[in-house]
Write a protein that binds this ligand. Structure first.
Ligand code: HEC
Ligand code: HEC
Length: 289
């Protein structure tokens, strides 16, 4: 079953690789019309914006939401129909749960989870001692150094729920990651990765998400690969997916040995990808097919 699926996928992607290499036929297509993403009838999110000056490959940036079919789009416009909100509720419960040898919960030090407002919009960011940290690193840093609790796995349900609950606090705020100063070298590394060809298919991120967004590969509608909707709820697998897990999957699908979530490579790539969406709204929890 799995082998057959992979073989089919390889044929589909192989066909795309041929098209890309031959440089004929396809080009990026902007969504038209660009419909507004309004949540719960009262919060209008920015789902398109002029591209940041340091992203010359794009004129306009678009949220991945715009590329989804109307039914999937509708689920994200109402918290009662957004299946990702179950994870948010669970994350909020974890926030108040005591764990570890110090007898503390997140709330013991940070009070309400609203204190995390704005944080998701600036993730990942460089710490005082020069490390590029994602939200997951900050959460595990507090768990291990301040609570005496075990680190959560990057793909654990607890971690995904907590990142969803924290991300929701920034819903509607513009993505605004730093790309210069201490972040500069990480951003350059991520940019280099974005334009590098990976795997047997020899495809770069840009080949799909810059040169061909708006096109279809076997029923999948290619977006610009923006990260403002993450973590997202994926209907096909019935659960939340973290951004680095998605990046892992995109590299693996070029039939390459991929980088692990939490690796330095995926941190740099996460920063660069986030910066391509500077100006789009954080969506809290996106919904994907
Ligand atoms: C013992 C107190 C304590 C506990 C318990 C604690 N934290 Fe923290 N947390 C801190 C301190 C202190 C900082 C650093 C604040 C700073 O540098 O501005 C911090 C920083 C953070 C940051 C980064 C904030 C930023 O603005 O950069 C996040 C995210 C975070 N904590 C999440 C959590 C979560 C989630 C939990 C529970 C799993 C938790 N913390 C538990 C004390 C705590
Ligand atoms: C063979 C084409 C292809 C390549 C190469 C590729 N991706 Fe993707 N990517 C997809 C498809 C298909 C999806 C799911 C539909 C969509 O949102 O585009 C996706 C989704 C994504 C998403 C989620 C977008 C959302 O809103 O849900 C991100 C982020 C992403 N890709 C980043 C990358 C990065 C970074 C690279 C380079 C390491 C990359 N992709 C390489 C095809 C590709």
């Amino acid at each position: 079953m799995k082998t057959r699926f992979n073989a089919t996928l390889a044929v589909a992607l192989g066909a795309l690789a041929t098209v890309v290499v031959a440089s004929v036929g396809w080009a990026a297509t902007d969504p038209s019309p660009v419909i507004p993403l309004v949540v719960n009838g009262n919060l209008t999110l920015t789902d398109s914006a002029p591209a940041p000056a340091n992203i010359p490959g794009l004129k306009t940036i678009y949220s991945g939401w715009l590329f989804r079919d109307p039914d999937t789009q509708a689920m994200q416009t109402d918290d009662f129909s957004n299946p990702g909100m179950t994870g948010v509720d669970a994350g909020q419960a974890e926030w108040a749960t005591v764990d570890g040898t110090e007898g503390k919960s997140c709330a013991s030090c940070h009070n309400g989870i609203e204190s995390m407002k704005g944080l998701r919009a600036s993730m990942p960011k460089v710490t005082k001692d020069g490390k590029l940290w994602s939200l997951e690193d900050f959460i595990n840093g507090c768990r291990t150094n301040r609570m005496g609790a075990k680190a959560w796995g990057w793909k654990s349900t607890e971690m995904k729920n907590m990142t969803a609950a924290i991300s929701l606090q920034s819903r509607g705020m513009p993505v605004n990651v730093k790309t210069d100063g201490a972040a500069g070298p990480f951003w350059e590394e991520g940019k280099k990765m974005y334009y590098s060809r990976y795997g047997m298919l020899q495809l770069s991120c840009a080949n799909c998400h810059e040169d061909h967004y708006g096109d279809h590969i076997r029923g999948d509608h290619l977006s610009q690969g923006q990260s403002n909707g993450f973590p997202v709820y994926r209907l096909s697998t019935g659960g939340l997916v973290s951004l680095q897990d998605r990046l892992f999957g995109c590299i693996r699908d070029t039939r390459a040995e991929s980088f692990k979530p939490g690796s330095p490579e995926l941190h740099a790539l996460e920063l660069y990808v986030a910066s391509r969406g500077n100006g789009l709204s954080v969506e809290g929890v996106g919904v994907r097919p």
